[in-house]
Design a protein. Structure first.
Length: 223
């Protein structure tokens, strides 16, 4: 029975998305971090339920034998594997991957078997009050000096900066104004995610909205 259990567990870890950690985690700290993504997250089976249909199984101790069967390099001590509770309900790979990738960023881990593609949308701000574009440019002067705005379409404004590939898309309609901090597809570079998160916090602070990163995690001042 133990052999079969290890076989199926190794297959799940190998398929992923799997969060690898170089230490034995504190379950309370993991739950607190998961709740930045899914506020109602709580215990479920041998792990956590994060959202309506996402199960985060773990922590799983990575013995050398189990790691070898799952194709995991030596040096990782614990793992969590994410998946859908009910495959027929839908959701696919995207939500488990977003949860795993966000946890890896915050818990100093790594995604296995493959890291997600670099995101184009780095952060977003939803809800809250609209902030006049001129005030927005002034408020973001420290993070993105030289921002200029141009109308893209009715109710859509793009803020760009010659000194940074980070752009801010402002979309207004009758019900709400949304802000997306983004870069062109495939653009990467040191500090871009940090800049986007700080910009999102500035916008949220001005309008009282909610700032989330590209994986759907709440952005905190300490991020």
């Amino acid at each position: 029975m133990g052999f079969l259990s290890d076989f199926f567990l190794a297959r799940q870890l190998r398929k992923g998305p799997t969060l690898l950690l170089p230490y034995i985690p504190d379950p309370a700290a993991v739950l607190e971090t998961v709740r930045l993504h899914a506020p109602e997250a709580g215990p479920y089976g041998d792990g956590l339920k994060a959202g309506d249909n996402v199960w985060l199984r773990g922590p799983i101790a990575l013995t050398p034998e189990l790691a070898a069967k799952a194709g995991i390099p030596l040096g990782w001590q614990a793992a969590y594997v994410a998946g859908n509770i009910d495959d027929e309900t839908g959701g696919g790979y995207d939500l488990p991957m977003a949860l795993t990738a966000g946890l890896a960023e915050r818990l100093k881990g790594q995604v296995h078997p493959r890291e997600p593609e670099p995101p184009a949308d780095l952060a977003e701000v939803t809800g809250g009050r609209p902030v006049p574009v001129a005030d927005l440019v002034e408020s973001l002067a420290d993070e993105l000096p030289g921002l200029t705005a141009r109308a893209v379409a009715e109710g859509v404004t793009l803020l760009t900066c010659e000194g940074s590939p980070v752009e801010i898309l402002v979309e207004e309609d009758e019900d709400e104004t949304g802000y997306t901090i983004c870069v062109d597809d495939g653009v990467t570079g040191p500090g871009l995610i940090g800049t986007a998160r700080r910009a999102a916090l500035v916008i949220a602070g001005r309008g009282g909205g909610i700032a989330r990163d590209h994986n759907g995690f709440l952005i905190r001042e300490t991020d």
